[in-house]
Design a protein around this ligand. Structure first.
Ligand code: SF4
Length: 293
């Protein structure tokens, strides 16, 4: 552990986030090697994102491990079971310094930038200095690329914390995950770490963004470890429509798989079907739907 990083446990990040489940152990045994984290630094890219354009990434989680309050079957960073690594979380001043260096380099090179995106090896809002990092990022964006947006991809599990909710309200694209409005589906698909997690509680908290938030829903189906999963059924779509109506977001973003998933047996929903679902959701909820393929 070197200077300038946080140790993970004892900083509001419970050790239970690092517990392996039976599926993780089985997957590791079956596959020999698990899918590993994708981002090996705090600032990464720029990369082209199909949803966001030319995007410079900010990874507030470890550069050699995964830390998240969900453990989604489709997570491109792999399962939490691979562990938090040894690097720890980057402190606010380190993030600021590295981000500024990269933005200055891109500006000098004449590289365009559409968006600075918080994502990476886990849930960014778990970082104890998330709110301060957002303030720094907005300040640096205004200085170097005033036309770029600031986006946060969050799983919505920390929005009960006042400072997290306030920080999310400051960014241009506050993108909040809601993969299903049915508890049993979220339990199997997203595998929330908090035992008291409920969709109803999350929806209630999501209402606080009052048209500023964007709800993002991953649509997929498949059979994982003998359990059938499908959040495109009528029952699922009806429940999602009700949740979207209650939340009244600025927009709903529907997408499907784009990269290999750590769990085997998941299927991508094709563009045509996703479009059909999007049109139905928009018609029935009155909320703008953007389908990303
Ligand atoms: S919430 Fe995001 S980072 Fe966390 S497990 Fe799910 S997809 Fe991965």
């Amino acid at each position: 552990m070197h200077e300038g990083v946080f140790r993970l446990v004892g900083r509001g990040i419970p050790s239970s986030l690092f517990r392996k489940t039976k599926m993780d152990n089985d997957t590791m045994k079956k596959d020999g090697e698990m899918q590993r984290v994708m981002f090996h630094s705090t600032i990464f890219g720029p990369i082209h994102s199909r949803r966001l354009g030319t995007s410079l990434g900010v990874n507030l989680m470890p550069s050699d491990g995964k830390v998240c309050s969900f453990d989604c079957l489709y997570c491109e960073a792999g399962f939490n079971a691979q562990g938090p690594g040894r690097s720890g979380l980057p402190k606010r001043d380190i993030v600021r310094r590295q981000l500024e260096a990269k933005l200055a380099e891109m500006q000098a090179a004449g590289t365009g930038l559409d968006v600075i995106t918080f994502s990476g090896n886990g849930e960014p809002t778990l970082h104890p200095e998330f709110a301060g990092v957002v303030d720094d990022t907005i300040e640096l964006r205004d200085l170097y690329f005033p036309n770029a947006k600031v986006s946060v991809l969050t799983n919505s599990t920390m929005i009960d914390r006042e400072e997290v909710a306030k920080a999310l309200m400051k960014v241009d694209n506050n993108i909040l995950k809601l993969d299903s409005a049915l508890d049993e589906t979220v339990k199997v698909l997203d595998r929330p770490n908090r035992p008291g997690f409920s969709v109803a509680g999350t929806v209630e908290l999501l209402k606080r963004f009052k048209g500023q938030g964007i709800i993002q829903t991953m649509m997929l189906r498949g059979v994982v470890d003998g359990i059938r999963l499908d959040n495109t059924t009528d029952e699922e779509v009806v429940a999602l429509v009700e949740a979207y109506k209650a939340i009244c977001p600025k927009e709903v973003m529907l997408y499907s798989l784009d990269r290999p998933t750590p769990a085997k047996g998941l299927e991508k929903i094709d563009a045509e079907e996703l479009q059909r679902i999007g049109e139905k959701v928009e018609r029935e909820s009155g909320v703008k739907v953007v389908v990303s393929v």
